[in-house]
Design a binder for this molecule. Structure first.
Ligand SMILES: [Ca+2]
Ligand SMILES: [Ca+2]
Ligand SMILES: [Ca+2]
Length: 456
């Protein structure tokens, strides 16, 4: 608030600094950077000359008893967002306000620049307790963009969504629905994004995926499809490719009522949305089931998304799930819903690394973990059905402030570092005498640091 007051009460001598601050704010708005703090947001809508007519519109809105507001989630969190909604080369101004009274209603304003003036093209009022999120999917091949406004609703696990578009100089509502989660993505690679909404049917509790597409006038429901039975909660929705050359598929990751996790993979087939992984008899995407939480991802970075399943490693029991160690089997799917294995890994999400298990180790691959102070050692090897244990590789993870120093004194194979750890390996002596051992080069190839974005 201090910053805000400074701008309001600026003296002549402080004017230059204030102009710089304003320019920085506008640059942030223009570059699409998120301004997170509410105090900073209050400063944002003060503009230089080009935006003075817009500022005067905002002053009128403020004078009518409203205050600045902003979306609280997602990538677009600024009070003022500049987006070219009608693809004419000139940005429209989308801005967010809230009635200044307690629990005041939210409003979304759209201003279109005509000549030197910003003209109010529309305002919509929301009934939500906050503006959760705003997105601008491309809804025509010419580049027109819709405004998707998501509202958090009081006492309701579902959210409200209003989709707007600019028609000439007027904003119109083209869709108004409740939803659980959603994504916008171009599923049929025609240059126009579809809206895929997951919603829980009140009567049955069953989750459904609905495909919406827009034409000149409206955004309409093309089709809907059931997700797996017994879903307790949707954990994640993302798009990804089944092969490098097709449109996107949607991967919906869920927790199940009786424990465990799975993925429903959805594609667009003509005007239908199709769940390619669901089994017709069990009504569940059984082939994607895993007892531990791991989400689909492009694990090998080839542009195709893999879906994980998991098998417990020999030597561990499912009854002791906190200590259990798992082999993750990553598979890509074809449009018929048939999986084909890409590779298997040992994943250590906490320590941000994974190791590709050699195919020849098969079901015998296992790990033994050792926790020291600011250091862990994971020995990767095999445990045969006759009980013979053979360690092949030791992965060392050094943490703590002196990790660089400790790891530099270590004579193993360096494997790189993350923000908080240094990784190294040694080859165990048994490895050299066994046919299934790995060379230094093979270990470097098999070891991967997990990018930070996986956590979000
Ligand atoms: Ca425009
Ligand atoms: Ca499309
Ligand atoms: Ca991949």
């Amino acid at each position: 608030m201090l910053k805000y007051k400074k701008v309001i009460f600026l003296k002549k001598t402080a004017r230059l600094a204030a102009v710089c601050a304003v320019l920085i704010c506008v640059l942030l708005v223009l570059s699409g950077c998120s301004i997170q703090s509410e105090d900073e947001l209050l400063v944002a809508p003060k503009f230089p000359k080009d935006y003075q007519t817009l500022q005067s519109k905002f002053d009128q809105i403020l004078a009518s008893g409203q205050r600045y507001a902003s979306p609280e989630e997602g990538e677009n969190r600024n009070t003022l967002q500049l987006v070219d909604l009608d693809a004419d080369g000139e940005n429209e101004a989308i801005s967010f306000f809230q009635d200044a009274g307690e629990n005041g209603a939210f409003s979304v304003y759209v201003h279109k620049k005509i000549g030197d003036e910003y003209i109010q093209a529309g305002v919509i009022n929301g009934t939500g307790t906050k503006i959760a999120e705003v997105r601008y999917p491309k809804i025509s091949v010419d580049g027109d963009r819709a405004i998707v406004v998501c509202w958090a609703l009081d006492g309701n696990v579902n959210r409200g969504m209003t989709v707007l578009r600019l028609n000439g100089t007027f904003v119109e509502t083209i869709l108004d629905i409740d939803y659980t989660t959603f994504i916008t993505s171009d599923l049929d690679a025609d240059g126009q994004e579809e809206l895929i909404v997951v919603v829980q049917e009140a009567l049955t509790g069953r989750f459904l995926a609905r495909l919406y597409s827009s034409n000149e006038k409206e955004m309409s429901l093309l089709s809907q499809e059931v997700l797996s039975r017994d879903i307790k909660k949707i954990n994640n929705i993302q798009d990804g490719r089944l092969d490098k050359y097709s449109g996107f598929a949607v991967f919906v990751e869920s927790s199940l009522e009786n424990g465990g996790y799975l993925t429903d993979v959805l594609i667009r087939d003509g005007n239908n949305i199709k769940n390619i992984t669901i089994d017709a008899i069990s009504e569940t995407s059984d082939t994607t089931y895993r007892p531990i939480i791991v989400n689909s991802t492009d694990v090998d970075g080839d542009g195709v998304t893999e879906v994980p399943t998991a098998k417990i490693m020999p030597g561990y029991s499912k009854d002791d799930i906190t200590d259990a160690q798992w082999r993750i089997i990553w598979s890509k799917y074809n449009t018929n819903g048939s999986p084909s294995k890409v590779f298997e890994t040992y994943h250590n999400i906490n320590e941000e690394w994974f190791f590709v298990i050699p195919d020849e180790w098969g079901d015998n691959a296992t790990v033994v973990r050792k926790q020291l102070t600011d250091e862990t050692i994971t020995t990767i090897g095999t445990l045969s059905s006759s009980g013979k244990y053979t360690p092949y590789v030791n992965i060392f993870v050094f943490t703590g402030d002196d990790r660089e120093q400790r790891s530099s004194q270590f004579s193993g194979i360096p494997l790189g570092n993350s923000m908080s750890a240094v990784f190294a390996a040694t080859i165990s002596s048994e490895s050299l005498s066994e046919g299934l051992g790995m060379s230094e080069e093979e270990i470097r190839d098999a070891f991967n640091i997990i990018p930070r974005s996986w956590h979000s």
